[in-house]
Design a protein around this ligand. Structure first.
Ligand code: AHR
Length: 656
């Protein structure tokens, strides 16, 4: 009898728990803090072949024959080919000379392997271009082909064109190739044909004609579109660790990335050798995607540019000796780089660096408002280096907001030291980085609730959920990012920017995961984390609204049954975000307070990202496996009730 009573009590308790309604009180009396337009954005770094081989649409690897270990790396030369180094571009002096192979049945030429092959689409056009000359005068002929070296048919080539070269002077030539079929791994082949007259070639390039916004030195359309679709408010570039370099010599130097592409010097990419267990001996930065292109892209996708510059410290993970860094007294050239960058972005077209921008095709300023000094720096050496930058930039450009760093950790010794230092130096924003596991994300819903409102603002500049033993993209990790972001949103008065990292990864060339967008040479897909970012970008709102449950913020705290929630206003629209991280559904009621007696709130629509496949994600083969879907919820009044499924991120769109 006793046992039956106990069982009934347990059943009753379970049923009550299931049926327990979680009342979320949303106060509409007055809008809260403004949500910055910069709140949700993107972080670009050339890691995982994000630039060359990724967003930058150039299809030829080592186009200027400058790879240091081997000028012909990425190329296969046949017949009589010579590498020379007195070419027309001072900072990229190497070029190749193609000569008569000496026998009518032999051939001279070159194959380029591209980045993990050259991806081409049937029916599309490709612009082949080359700087060339006939050193002894007269003319010569080249045959340009895209080939399938694995083809079983009579012909290897997918398309073929002839290019005539004439005269002793270096000139740019181009021809359009139009393959009829697609291939992810084709090869670019150049034959010396006709009379096989000696011909010199430099800066051999191949781009799809159809790039993002049609720029010749353009970007891969699907990847740039995936950025635009995020509605990013801020665009941080160019990193990341590559800002710092493995040594100062290989740090990212923006001045090397502007002006004619042919003369932008090659730089090492530190992600070539960072992980010997994922080693990429051909990973360099051509700088074809440089600062002008970054600023232009920011403008085209409607985000504020946020360049990050070296503060004179080489990567601190890779350098323990103080000698690896610039001494504070010798920082002037670095500081000048920062001042010149502001002139490049904002100066008039008749200023030195504004003139470079104008000559590149953008006489109007880019309207730069933010600059970051240093990436992920730490110890006292960082504030020491930062201070002279702050003084110089403040003196010359008080209108520019400066971002400092709180180091590589989300908490702990360096973080506790650097935040007060950033306050002392009056940095405008502090860049926090956190690649953390599930339990960290679950416990950090209230992270910003008690941040000092009088100090610098927060830029959550690099973050992603990295599950222990499951360090790859999957739904549950993205769900926890969505949960954590409710805390970012609620604290929009102190958090002004947030960018997931890293952004891009080539499936054959990654060093770091998870990442936001993956691709091969022809296809790409948007991860669940991308959808989380996209939803926050689309439903950003203009002002926070106070949302509580039993008087407390909804942060996944004990007793809140795995719920995280926040709400924002957007004109007469209200967006309520509710993340259920639990394994069972939750009954909720949205209870609107602060409304006039007769005023009501009306349901408009719901958007939901949910899955029972916790450890799955989208893929090249199944790019839409887990995507947000609309759901209908109805009601008009001061209270609207709904059920949120287990493991779901829900956006309730309502109207006042
Ligand atoms: O996002 C990958 C790396 O993580 C960044 O380059 C660096 O800033 C951080 O350590």
């Amino acid at each position: 009898m006793k046992r039956i009573a106990l069982t009934l009590t347990a059943i009753f308790a379970a049923a009550t728990a299931f049926a327990q309604v979680h009342q979320l009180d949303i106060n509409l009396k007055k809008p809260g803090a403004a949500i910055q337009p910069t709140m949700y954005g993107i972080f670009f770094e050339d890691i995982n072949y994000a630039a060359d081989g990724g967003l930058y649409a150039e299809l030829v690897k080592n186009r200027s024959f400058e790879f240091p270990a081997d000028a012909l790396q990425g190329w296969k030369a046949f017949g009589k080919v010579e590498v020379r180094n007195d070419g027309p571009f001072e900072r990229n002096p190497h070029y190749v000379r193609l000569m008569d192979p000496g026998h009518p049945h032999k051939w001279t030429g070159l194959d380029n392997e591209g980045f993990f092959g050259i991806g081409i689409k049937g029916g599309e056009q490709y612009r082949f271009s080359v700087w060339a000359r006939v050193p002894d005068g007269g003319s010569s002929e080249l045959r340009i082909e895209l080939v399938n070296t694995a083809a079983m048919g009579e012909n290897h080539f997918l398309c073929q064109e002839t290019l005539k070269i004439a005269g002793k002077e270096w000139k740019k030539y181009q021809v359009i190739l139009s393959p009829k079929s697609s291939l992810g791994k084709s090869v670019l082949r150049i034959f010396l044909t006709g009379k096989r007259t000696t011909t010199d070639l430099e800066h051999v390039s191949l781009f799809p004609v159809d790039t993002w916004m049609g720029h010749e030195n353009g970007l891969r359309k699907d990847l740039a579109q995936a950025l635009a679709d995020l509605h990013p408010g801020i665009f941080r570039f160019p990193g990341g660790c590559i800002v710092e370099g493995t040594d100062l010599e290989t740090r990212y130097q923006w001045k090397n990335t502007v002006g004619p592409v042919e003369n932008r010097p090659l730089n090492e990419n530190r992600w070539e050798y960072t992980f010997p267990h994922r080693f990429y001996p051909d990973y360099y930065q051509s700088y074809g995607l440089g600062f002008f292109e970054f600023f232009l892209l920011s403008e085209e996708i409607g985000s504020e540019p946020l360049p990050i510059l070296s503060c004179g410290l080489a990567c601190q993970f890779q350098n323990e000796s103080a000698d690896a860094h610039v001494h504070v007294d010798e920082l002037q050239p670095y500081i000048q780089d920062a001042l010149d960058l502001i002139e490049f972005a904002n100066g008039p077209a008749d200023s030195k660096w504004g003139g470079v921008r104008a000559e590149m095709g953008h006489p109007a300023p880019f309207n730069l408002k933010f600059i970051g000094i240093g990436n992920e720096q730490w110890d006292s050496i960082y504030p020491e280096h930062l201070e002279p930058f702050l003084k110089a930039i403040r003196a010359a450009h008080p209108e520019i907001k400066i971002v400092g760093s709180s180091g590589p950790d989300s908490e702990g010794r360096q973080f506790d030291y650097l935040w007060p230092e950033m306050k002392r130096l009056k940095a405008d924003l502090v860049d926090e980085h956190f690649y953390r596991p599930y339990d960290w994300f679950l416990a950090q819903g209230a992270r910003y609730d008690n941040y000092d409102r009088k100090g610098p603002k927060v830029f959550a500049g690099e973050y992603a959920c990295h599950a222990k033993g499951r360090k790859w993209n999957h739904f549950y990790a993205s769900l926890l990012e969505a949960a954590f972001m409710t805390g970012i949103e609620r604290n929009a008065d102190v958090v002004h920017m947030a960018t997931y990292a890293p952004l891009f990864a080539h499936i054959e060339g990654w060093q770091w995961r998870p990442d936001l967008i993956w691709y091969d040479n022809l296809r790409s897909f948007r991860t669940v984390s991308w959808h989380v970012q996209q939803l926050y970008g689309e439903y950003r709102g203009t002002n926070t609204l106070k949302l509580t449950m039993n008087g407390a913020n909804v942060t996944g705290a004990e007793g809140q049954d795995g719920l995280f929630a926040s709400a924002v206003l957007d004109g007469n629209k209200i967006y309520v975000k509710v993340v259920n991280t639990a394994d069972s559904p939750r009954e909720i009621s949205l209870n609107f307070t602060g409304l006039k007696k007769k005023a009501n709130v009306k349901a408009v629509k719901g958007v939901r990202l949910a899955s029972t496949e916790l450890y799955s994600d989208n893929s090249l083969e199944d790019p839409a496996r887990i995507e947000p879907a609309g759901f209908t919820f109805t009601g008009e009044g001061k209270t609207i009730s709904e059920t949120v499924p287990a493991y779901s991120f829900n956006i309730f769109v309502l109207e006042k």
